[in-house]
Write a protein that binds this ligand. Structure first.
Ligand code: ADP
Length: 315
């Protein structure tokens, strides 16, 4: 029915190399790496051979070129990426705590990403799209929010579908508009891809079974719950639950796993695969991604996923 599209931040990511170190003193960092949750997601769709496009804005600088070149090379439609003459490409600095949690210093709203809007190229891409994937981080950008709501309405009116990865980041939940649009998007979602905390937030309930039941009853067709190294689970209305164990891999960098997971699941479903096969491929995409340093370095082709599934041990 037309390409999968997403809207939102394209960033460079710069990471602390030492676990536990903060940003209050000098330390060694690595990067820049192409990043931004929507960018990672759409790059993974394209690498699997899915038609894919992104509405975004980068600066007229090396950080922007690094990203746009990668997306173009991997087959993403970049026609709706605006190059801002006045604003630099956004960035994210990441540090890792000893318990595996991450802290981010984001520079999104006051970067080129803050300038995302409904340009003629964006309208054109929306007019051709068959599916809209909403990344929760993008809802913190007022301009992106408007484009997302317009894209959802337009694509649904044409019989297209919507997926939503809440991807909540405490650093980005700073204005009421983000929460309001969160609920609006949820009401239009066909496929929800939350972590457990995000499932509870979406449902307003803290029991997993009750939260899933309530969201399915509200009209969400499929929920795929991401559980990190515990794997993932599928839930659908009047369909049996499917659990899928994670693959046993040595994690190098967890950032980007959820984005690749969601992209692989959606792309498999859009290619006509059943939920169990799509879940297996999504688990493989998440697992492969965490074995690379850099959020977008571990994206996979379908052939790479197939080969990985055939030989990788499960947890
Ligand atoms: P997010 O990045 O959104 O927090 P998760 O950390 O749950 O999402 O990762 C998404 C998926 O990637 C998991 O459901 C799992 O399939 C895979 N994954 C993540 N971390 C690992 C890991 N350490 N080992 C194997 N698979 C992993």
């Amino acid at each position: 029915l037309g390409p999968t599209i997403t809207v939102g931040e394209i960033l460079v990511e710069i990471m602390a190399t030492t676990i536990g170190a903060g940003f209050l003193e000098p330390q060694s960092l690595t990067g820049p790496y192409p990043s931004g949750a929507p960018a990672i997601f759409i790059d993974q769709v394209a690498r699997m051979g899915g038609a894919a496009g992104i509405i975004a804005s980068v600066g007229n600088d090396d950080f922007g070129r690094l990203n746009v070149d990668r997306l173009r090379q991997d087959g993403v439609d970049i026609s709706a990426i605006a190059i801002s003459a006045d604003w630099p490409t956004g960035s994210a600095f990441v540090r890792y705590r000893p318990d595996g949690a991450r802290d981010f210093v984001f520079n999104i709203a006051r970067s080129a990403a803050g300038q995302i809007g409904l340009t003629p190229a964006a309208k054109d891409l929306i007019g051709r799209a068959g599916h809209v994937h909403v990344m929760g981080t993008a809802l913190s950008i007022p301009g992106a929010r408007e484009v997302i709501l317009h894209a959802i309405e337009t694509v649904r009116a044409r019989g297209g579908s919507v997926s939503f990865d809440p991807n909540l980041r405490k650093e980005l939940l700073t204005d009421d508009g983000a929460l309001e649009s969160f609920n609006h998007v949820l009401g239009a979602t066909d496929l929800l891809l939350p972590s457990d905390e995000e499932l509870f937030t979406a449902a307003g309930l803290t029991d997993e079974a009750a939260a899933v039941a309530s969201l399915l009853e509200s009209g969400i067709g499929e929920i795929v719950l991401k559980r990190g190294e515990q794997g993932a689970s599928f839930f659908g209305l009047d369909r049996p639950r499917i659990d899928c164990a994670a693959f046993a891999v040595a994690e190098v960098d967890p950032t980007g796993a959820g984005d690749c997971f969601g992209a692989a699941y959606l792309t498999c479903r859009r290619k006509g695969m059943a939920p169990d096969a799509a879940l297996l491929h999504a688990n493989a995409a998440g697992a492969r991604n965490v074995t690379w340093l850099g959020p977008m370095e571990g994206v996979s082709t379908l052939a790479e996923l197939t080969a990985f599934i055939a030989q990788a041990p499960r947890r």
